[in-house]
Design a protein around this ligand. Structure first.
Ligand code: HEC
Length: 237
């Protein structure tokens, strides 16, 4: 009897804690959409690279999404960096730590560790919070050290007064940004598409090669089957 009691307690506990986890929205990205990745790359370089390096990603890999060397040089490389250099910034560890408390992590493979849906939800979950050092907080990453960089684009959100529990809270717009909600979702989707691309730039090529190889193997399968029939013809008679 007692065991059943504990079991019920455990199950209700689990059910309650599952409730407090912020639900991730579906990023719904498309790695075959080169234009979306290009738009995301531009956003990354304009808004994120200043703090977040991507040291495993070289500018010239942007050629994989259909950009020419000239386009990359002209529109995406800021300052003196070369087309073959990795995406680095000039922020020193000491400065970063004194400004934000932590070093903004390298985002080269962030999409592999966090996943696209997490990133998509994170970049849409910042809200105003006067209690934090930056004045911003995030539903998915409570007390995050990063300010809401895209606030002018998204607008300013706040936790709904009726629901001040940040693990469940819902956000409401208090001042509008340049984009409406649907447009901002698309803007973030492009950025996440780029972050996923950056985690493995050769992915679409790898998938394409995989398909060709499977096709070639299936031809060999047929050949092997015909050959087998040929060999066993006399034996089975
Ligand atoms: C002003 C500097 C700054 C800018 C610009 C900035 N970030 Fe950040 N970001 C930070 C800091 C600092 C952290 C670490 C937060 C922490 O650990 O509390 C962070 C954390 C993150 C994380 C969470 C990493 C983890 O721990 O999993 C992601 C994802 C992220 N940033 C993405 C972005 C993207 C995408 C952009 C561009 C739209 C961007 N950031 C722009 C400072 C910045």
């Amino acid at each position: 009897m007692r065991n059943i009691f504990y079991l019920t307690l455990l199950i209700t506990n689990l059910a309650c804690s599952a409730d407090t986890v912020v639900k991730l929205d579906d990023a719904n990205i498309d790695l075959n959409d080169g234009l979306s990745i290009q738009r995301g790359a531009r956003t990354y370089i304009n808004y994120c690279l200043g703090c977040h390096q991507a040291s495993y990603m070289r500018f010239n890999r942007l050629g994989d999404i259909g950009l020419s060397k000239e386009q990359i040089k002209e529109h995406l490389i800021l300052g003196q960096q070369k087309i073959g250099s990795p995406m680095l910034n000039n922020m020193s560890k000491e400065d970063a730590e004194s400004w934000f408390g932590v070093l903004p992590p390298d985002l080269s493979v962030i999409a592999r560790s966090r996943g696209a849906d997490w990133l998509y939800t994170y970049l849409r979950s910042f809200y105003r919070d006067s209690k934090t050092a930056t004045g911003w907080n995030n539903l998915l990453f409570p007390n995050v050290g990063m300010p809401h960089i895209l606030w002018e684009i998204q607008g300013v959100l706040t936790l709904k007064a009726s629901d001040l529990d940040e693990t469940r809270g819902e956000l409401a717009v208090i001042s509008k940004g340049h984009l409406n909600k649907i447009e901002y979702d698309g803007f973030v989707r492009d950025l996440v598409n780029y972050l996923v691309f950056m985690g493995e730039p050769a992915r679409t090529l790898r998938v394409r090669i995989g398909i060709v190889i499977l096709f070639a193997l299936s031809i060999f399968l047929v050949l092997a089957w015909i050959l087998k029939k040929e060999y066993w013809k006399d034996v089975t008679h």
